[in-house]
Ligand binder design. Structure first.
Ligand code: MN
Length: 133
C-alpha cells in the first residue's frame, strides 16, 4: 500500500495559525516545511518539490496570489497542488484564488478536529487527477 505521508509546505505569516497547521500535519505523519512569505515559499518549492502547498493569501512580502501565479507559471512546479488557506475576509478573494493558480481552498479558522481529514481528501483528489492546474 502506498504511503499517505507526504511533504507539505505551509505558507502562513500568522505564527499561531502556521504552528497549528504544522502540529496537526506532523501529528498525521506528514513532513512539514514552513514559510511566512510568498517569495521564500517559491524558493522552498523549487528546492524541495513538496507534494502539496497550503498558502495563505495575505503574506509578508510577496502575497499568496502572486506566489501561486509564479508556481503555476513554472513548468517544474506547476504540477504541485496549491491550496489557498484563507478567511475570505475580502470580497472576491474566493474567485481571485480559484482563477490565480490555486487548485482548491481551505477556509480559516483551521478546525483541528477535521483539518487532517480535509487534507487527506485533497491529497486523494489530487492523486487521482494528477494535481495539475
Ligand atoms: Mn496572513
Amino acid at each position: 500500500m502506498a504511503s499517505d505521508k507526504r511533504v507539505i509546505l505551509v505558507v502562513e505569516d500568522n505564527k499561531p495559525s502556521r504552528d497549528l497547521m504544522e502540529y496537526l500535519l506532523r501529528f498525521a505523519g506528514h513532513t512539514v516545511l514552513t514559510s511566512s512569505d510568498g517569495a521564500d515559499a517559491v524558493e522552498i518549492a523549487r528546492r524541495e518539490h513538496p507534494d502539496l502547498i497550503l498558502m495563505d493569501l495575505q503574506l509578508e512580502r510577496v502575497g499568496g496570489i502572486e506566489a501561486a501565479k509564479q508556481l503555476a507559471g513554472d513548468p517544474d512546479l506547476a504540477s504541485i497542488p496549491v491550496v489557498a488557506v484563507t478567511a475570505f475576509a475580502m470580497s472576491g478573494d474566493r474567485e481571485r484564488a480559484l482563477t490565480s493558480g490555486f487548485d482548491n481552498y481551505i477556509v480559516k479558522p483551521i478546525e483541528p478536529t477535521t483539518f487532517n481529514a480535509q487534507i487527506a481528501g485533497l491529497l486523494d483528489a489530487f492523486g487521482r487527477d494528477g494535481g495539475a492546474g
